[in-house]
Ligand binder design. Structure first.
Ligand SMILES: Cc1cc2nc3c(=O)[nH]c(=O)nc-3n(C[C@H](O)[C@H](O)[C@H](O)COP(=O)(O)OP(=O)(O)OC[C@H]3O[C@@H](n4cnc5c(N)ncnc54)[C@H](O)[C@@H]3O)c2cc1C
Length: 367
């Protein structure tokens, strides 16, 4: 029987462990935390279901929807996001909507900048990319300080790689304000979110919780957990690839989030259909507030808000700077053929739940 070791039992670890086990492999899953599901696991606070960040299913791929919907029935949502612009003393919708410009105190400047946008432009970094698309005033209001806060950068010009991938939507919307109208925009119907999927995916695997690999020897296909050595035919790793090669090219940079839970004694805090508020102002440390019952439909006279503050205390988002992306690529190129580095940290890209499903479906076909 072939042996696989999967490192990390987040969405990616579960999505890759499942096809291996289904094809008769012996699968050992090593998870540092005391639970499976990683960042997408649903927890409860005062009876309110929540995850760390919104984690809704948003995808253009029917295959990803069909796959997940088999395990966790998904409900379509019609969602609007607000952004709070302190300098305008106003909430507008996000993505930036043409109809909000008329209400802005500097509407004339904004329209003049929009009219002067280049037809075709090539941007060298995130800042240039956005100014070319929406002009410097809208960029300054909605994007500049948000992005600097979110990725803990001194200047957005530092973000010189893959910045297009951070903008899945058109920079300037018109018409209906619901986001991603043509996509699968969904959330699990069960109150425990995606948790059933994690249980099903890892059924029959040897899952070791609260466990960390103490030494990786990827060239000899073995890992140590204290005094125990595991050998494998395939290592599927969802953690940062620098760890697998003992940081030989230096540590890869990431940004994380502090997550705060706030319960308010009102049934709903945000207007109907508004699920998030983004905070793009330099005067606030937080980037986003999410009202969870909008997603979960939890019934309660109170409401739970999740507030996110960028932090270096955990690793969640790769830093999209060319030097870091190139460093990550050196690590990935140096891994032997029987190591698959997958998931958001493993590929060092902003991939979402649907991307992980698509990649794991491809992996299953290749097995
Ligand atoms: C705040 C936030 C909000 C998001 N919202 C959405 C969204 O709304 N929609 C969407 O599609 N995507 C969203 N994403 C992205 C998506 O959730 C992730 O791409 C996906 O969950 C990544 O899964 P993963 O398994 O790669 O990583 P993780 O969920 O981080 O899982 C990694 C697992 O590895 C474990 N681990 C770490 N180090 C070790 C170690 N040394 N040994 C053993 N185990 C270890 C961790 O404990 C964890 O369980 C969001 C991401 C973040 C950070």
């Amino acid at each position: 029987m072939k042996r696989a070791v999967v490192v990390g039992a987040g969405f990616a670890g579960c999505a890759y462990a499942m096809p291996l086990r289904e094809r008769g492999w012996s699968v050992t899953v090593i998870e540092k935390a005391g639970f499976i599901g990683g960042g997408v696991r649903t927890f409860f606070h005062g009876g309110h279901p929540y995850t760390y960040g919104p984690r809704h299913f948003l995808s253009p791929y029917p295959e990803a929807f069909d796959f997940l919907n088999k395990f966790v029935p998904l409900r379509h949502i019609k969602k609007i996001n607000y952004t709070y612009l302190e300098r305008d003393q106003a909430f507008y919708t996000y993505p930036i909507h043409e109809d909000d410009i008329a209400a802005m105190p500097d509407a004339d400047i904004v329209w003049a900048e929009l009219a002067a946008r280049p037809e075709e432009a090539k941007a060298a970094n995130f800042e240039e990319f956005w100014i070319q698309r929406v002009g410097s005033t809208l960029y300054g209001k909605y994007v500049r300080d948000y992005n600097r806060k979110a990725w803990m950068l001194k200047s957005n010009a530092e973000m010189d790689f893959g910045f297009e991938s951070t903008v899945k939507r058109r920079p300037l919307e018109s018409g209906e304000r619901y986001e991603f109208k043509d996509w699968f925009n969904c959330y699990p119907i069960p109150q425990d979110g995606y948790n059933q999927f994690f249980d099903i995916a890892l059924e029959g695997c040897d899952v070791r919780l609260d466990t960390t690999i103490t030494a990786f020897d990827v060239h000899r296909s073995r890992v140590d957990i204290g005094s125990e050595t595991l050998t494998y035919d395939l290592l599927v790793s969802t953690i940062s690839p620098d760890v697998l090669l003992n940081y030989q090219y230096g540590e890869l940079k990431y940004v994380g989030r502090e997550f705060h839970k706030i319960v308010l004694p009102i049934e709903f805090a945000l207007p109907q259909d508004v699920y998030f508020v983004y905070y793009p102002n330099a005067s606030e440390t937080h980037t986003r507030v999410v009202e969870y019952k909008k997603f979960t439909l939890h019934k309660s006279p109170s409401t739970l808000l999740g507030l996110e503050i960028p932090s270096l205390k955990n690793k969640l988002y790769p830093t999209l700077i060319k030097a870091e992306v190139e460093k990550a690529q050196r690590y990935l190129d140096a891994l032997p053929g029987n190591v698959r580095s997958v998931g958001r940290m493993g590929v060092y890209r902003y991939i979402d739940i649907d991307d992980i499903i698509m990649q794991s479906l491809q992996f299953a076909k290749e097995l």
